[in-house]
Each structure stands twice: as structure tokens, then as C-alpha cells.
Design a protein around this ligand. Structure first.
Ligand SMILES: [Zn+2]
Length: 527
């Protein structure tokens, strides 16, 4: 690469030191501060020509400032011309013009950085941590609306207010080893490793290796918060002395999945990964299973067993799609979102906040006001009736959502919307490993939708579902679902990432949807 970006990079000698010195000078000399804040290309301050360092740092500041301006302008242009949402464009430009930008800007966050990674639950866990920190008065910078690769993080840092003192970033597993040295997090939260987007990542073992590599790159003093119930992932980072979290369900809360056979799911369901000992690769015995490959295990061959979690969430009652009550550190928590996966995310968030010095009792108080974000169990209202939206992208994650839907007796119909754009994963073969049978067994009518509605229809036919027309158009599918259940109950929409985008934008365009608060009615689990 040559040109202005290259020149800027070459003069960028120790940018962090340069930045700090510039700030100190700004504080000390107001007139120079004004010049530094409004640098012009080619400007050389003559009164300082004998000061070699000052010239260097002047150019370094100019370089970063120029890159920031170019990136901001490009973002505005991108939005104005409709070329894109503009969310990641500034970040992409910064990555080219100023590769040190993320490292440099992240280092100015005096309360540090939290990084969240893993297959499922990144967005929700990061949202929860952000909410907890926000309620303690921190100004948090996070990539909530952008991508979870380098460009999304650079964009978030560019847009952050100068008052931001702490960063919470969800980072794609594949990008993690690259991003850790730049972000130098105080806390690395690892949610789980499921089979996800096989065309991108290959097998879960490869992802576990990525996480292990990322852990080895952490700065001294950083702490790892990891899911104890994910035995392979936990063992991969065990050297880092991780802080563990896990979830315990009431004894009889397991669903008798038609695929897994009757009774508690003590054996692997279709959505589970094969359980092999992380130490000797022998067969593990299941002591307790929460969901998919998560649970407590022991190895008869070598004696390996699951660690005891420092943050152990014990589920006490389920409110279907609307909430869960669980106990954590002796405190009863009412989480206003349903599903076991959200309990995992909450336990992870409380553990991460504790590392940052926020006591669990305060984190829990914040979580009781938690509002789900995009595609994570939102409730919209369509034609005056509630529509519950949840993201699905792999068998394990979809299994958790299905469990949530099946546990809510008011749900009579669901839309299954699957698309195959790159953000969804081109390979949709995972729908064949997903336990739609459980919804069929519960008598829930299923409407195929999305770009691959026809494939979904075939899958649902094999699951034994009553035949329904495949409706690629999301609004048509939601309306058909409502027509199926004229009683006026909530309709569930399970959608892949871009299918979810289509649902939301179509509903918003037609002005038929609004986000509503949904009342929570808790039921005790069957004992
Ligand atoms: Zn073993």
C-alpha cells in the first residue's frame, strides 16, 4: 500500500505516547491546543521546528484526526446515498488508514474493556453487561448496532463520546485472536461453543482452538469468565484459572423430546454435540444436562469431571417466553426474558461485572430491568396482537428457542423463517438437525417463511407438521399465523439473521408494528 495512508502510518511512532503528550500539551498551552484540535494537512508549526518530537506527534495526531474525519464523512455519505446503513463503513476506512486506531482508542478507556465471545449469547450477554455498567453510572462504548468484527468495533469507538470510560464488545470467534491484542481486555467472557455456520468455522473443535489461542494472548491480570457447563470450552481455557458460571434446572424440567425419546433428556438430543472427555477423549457420563451440550459430566476412564461454577444459577420458575426466576449467589432474580440461554447470559454478565468490582446484588437489580435487543426475544405488536421474535442460526441455539416456545402454553402457532444470505450462513442444512418435532408434538402450527421457505416446508413435513403454505414474505407469514389462531394469542417468529431483518423492516414499513411491554405470568415448573 502507498499513498497518504502509508505516509501517515510511517510517521506514526508510538501513537499512544504521542497522543498522551498531545493531550498534556493541550492542557498546558491553550493556543497550541486550538491548533492541535484543528490540524490542516501540511501544517508545520514553525515556532517548534527545532522540536523533532513535537513535529512527529503533530503529524501523528493529524494522521489520526484526518483518518477519523475521512471515516466519519464516508459513513455519512454511505447513509445518504443508501449504499448501506453506514454502520461499518467508517470502521473499514479506519482499518485501512489507521490500523492502530482500535488499539489506540481502546487504550484511552480508563476503566478497561470487556470482550464477549462464543457461539450463542454474545449479543445478549454484552447487552446485559452494558446495562449493568450503565446503571452504575459508567458511560459505555459498545458495538451493539454494528458488526462484531474489527470494522464494527472501530466504528463503535469512532462514534463513542469522549466521556466513555469502559468498552463492552462482542467479538466474532474467528476474529478474537486478532482483536484481543488490540483491545487488551480486563475480562474475556466465553459463552459456549455450538455447531454454528459450518461453512465458516468448520467443526466446534476448531472454535475451541480459536478461543484457547485468544486466551493465551490476554494481557497480564486479565480474567476469563467461562461457561463451566461447556466441558470442551472450559477445559481449553482451564490454564487461565477461569471464573465459572453454570445453570441448574429443576429436576423434571427436561422436555421429553420426540427425537430423544421419552423421559428426561439424559442422553444427547439431536441438537447436542457428542460428549467426549476433554482430557482423554473417552465417553462422558451425563450427571445433569441443562440444554444441548451444556451440563455437568464426568469421565469414568480418567476421572475428569465438570468444575463447580462460582456463579451457579438455579432455575426456580419459568414464565414461558416472558421471564424466568432463578437463584444466583443466594439472591432470587426475576429476569424479564424467558429461556435457559438467557439465564446463562445473565450469570455470565453478573460474573463479569463482579470482576469489575460491581457486587452481584447490584448487577441483579440492573438485570431485572433488562430489555432484550434486536432479535433476542423482542415483542412487537402487529394489528393489535403480540408477535414474539427470536433469532435462530444453529441447532443448539434454535433448540433453546424451541424449548422456550414449547414451554409457553399460550403459543398456538409459529413462523419459521430461514434465509441464506451470507450473514445467515449459506448452508442451511442445520435445519435438519433442529428439533422442530418438539413444536409439532406440542400441537403448535408451523408456517414456513424466508428466502428458503420451500426448504423449511420440506423439513417441517418430515417433522410431521400439518401442511401450511410456504410464504417467503414475512408479513404475509405473520398474518397467516394470526389467521391460524383467531383467539388473539401471541405468535412466535423464529428467524435467521437476515430473515429477522426482513421481518422487522417489513413490519416497520407498514407501520403495523410497535414494541410493547408484555406482562409476565410465572408458573412453577412441574416437579
Ligand atoms: Zn477422560
Amino acid at each position: 500500500m502507498s499513498g497518504p495512508a502509508d505516509r501517515l502510518n510511517r510517521v506514526w511512532i508510538n501513537p499512544r505516547a504521542g497522543y498522551e503528550r498531545s493531550v498534556r500539551r493541550m492542557m498546558a498551552r491553550p493556543r497550541e491546543a486550538a491548533r492541535l484540535r484543528t490540524p490542516r494537512a501540511g501544517l508545520i508549526m514553525r515556532e517548534h521546528t527545532d522540536d523533532r518530537w513535537f513535529k512527529t506527534e503533530q503529524r501523528a495526531t493529524l494522521g489520526r484526526s484526518l483518518a477519523e474525519r475521512l471515516a466519519r464523512t464516508a459513513g455519512i455519505l454511505s447513509r445518504a446515498t443508501g449504499a448501506g446503513s453506514g454502520t461499518n463503513v467508517p470502521g473499514r476506512i479506519l482499518e485501512r488508514l489507521s490500523p492502530q486506531y482500535v488499539a489506540d482508542r481502546a487504550a484511552t478507556l480508563q476503566d478497561g474493556v470487556v470482550v464477549v465471545s462464543g457461539t450463542n449469547g454474545k449479543t445478549t450477554t454484552a447487552s446485559m453487561i452494558r446495562d449493568i455498567l450503565g446503571r452504575q453510572g459508567y458511560t459505555v462504548v459498545s458495538n451493539q448496532s454494528g458488526g462484531n468484527l474489527g470494522a464494527g468495533i472501530a466504528s463503535a469507538l469512532l462514534a463513542a463520546p469522549s466521556s466513555a470510560s469502559i468498552g463492552v464488545f462482542e467479538v466474532d470467534e474467528a476474529a478474537l485472536p486478532h482483536m484481543i491484542p488490540m483491545l487488551r481486555p480486563k475480562v474475556l467472557v466465553l459463552t459456549n461453543v455450538f455447531r454454528d455456520q459450518l461453512d465458516r468455522f468448520g467443526e466446534p473443535e476448531r472454535v475451541v482452538e480459536l478461543l484457547r489461542e485468544a486466551e493465551s494472548l490476554l494481557p497480564p491480570g486479565a480474567r476469563v469468565v467461562a461457561n463451566v457447563d461447556d466441558s470442551a470450552m472450559w477445559e481449553a481455557v482451564a490454564d487461565a484459572d477461569p471464573i465459572g458460571f453454570g445453570v441448574v434446572l429443576p429436576a423434571n424440567n427436561f422436555r421429553p423430546s420426540p427425537k430423544a425419546g421419552p423421559g428426561p433428556t439424559s442422553q444427547a438430543t439431536a441438537a447436542s454435540e457428542p460428549e467426549t472427555c476433554p482430557a482423554c477423549a473417552g465417553q462422558l457420563t451425563v450427571l445433569r444436562r441443562a440444554v444441548a451440550n451444556l451440563g455437568s459430566f464426568e469421565c469414568d476412564r480418567c476421572g475428569w469431571d465438570s468444575a463447580w461454577p462460582d456463579y451457579r444459577a438455579v432455575v426456580r420458575a419459568s414464565g414461558g417466553l416472558s421471564g424466568t426466576i432463578f437463584e444466583l449467589r443466594g439472591i432470587l432474580v426475576t429476569l424479564p426474558v424467558g429461556g435457559i440461554h438467557n439465564v446463562y447470559d445473565a450469570a455470565a454478565a453478573v460474573a463479569a461485572a463482579d470482576v469489575l468490582g460491581i457486587p452481584p446484588v447490584r448487577s441483579i437489580a440492573a438485570l431485572e430491568y433488562f430489555e432484550p435487543r434486536f432479535g433476542r426475544a423482542e415483542v412487537l405488536e402487529v394489528d393489535g396482537r403480540p408477535v414474539w421474535l427470536a433469532l435462530i442460526k444453529n441447532p443448539a441455539g434454535a433448540g433453546m428457542v424451541i424449548e422456550e416456545v414449547a414451554s409457553d402454553p399460550t403459543i398456538r402457532v409459529a413462523v419459521i423463517s430461514v434465509s441464506d444470505r451470507p450473514a445467515d450462513g449459506r448452508d442451511i442444512s442445520w435445519i435438519w438437525d433442529t428439533d422442530f418435532e418438539w413444536l409439532v408434538a406440542r400441537g403448535i402450527a408451523l408456517i414456513p417463511s424466508g428466502r428458503r421457505a420451500a426448504d423449511v416446508a420440506v423439513r417441517l413435513k418430515y417433522a410431521g407438521a400439518a401442511s401450511m403454505p410456504a410464504l417467503a414474505d414475512p408479513v404475509a407469514a405473520v398474518r397467516a399465523a394470526q389467521a391460524c389462531d383467531p383467539g388473539g394469542a401471541m405468535v412466535a417468529v423464529l428467524a435467521t439473521y437476515t430473515a429477522m431483518l426482513d421481518v422487522r423492516s417489513a413490519l416497520a414499513r407498514g407501520r403495523v408494528a410497535r414494541v410493547v411491554d408484555h406482562p409476565v405470568a410465572f408458573t412453577e415448573p412441574a416437579q
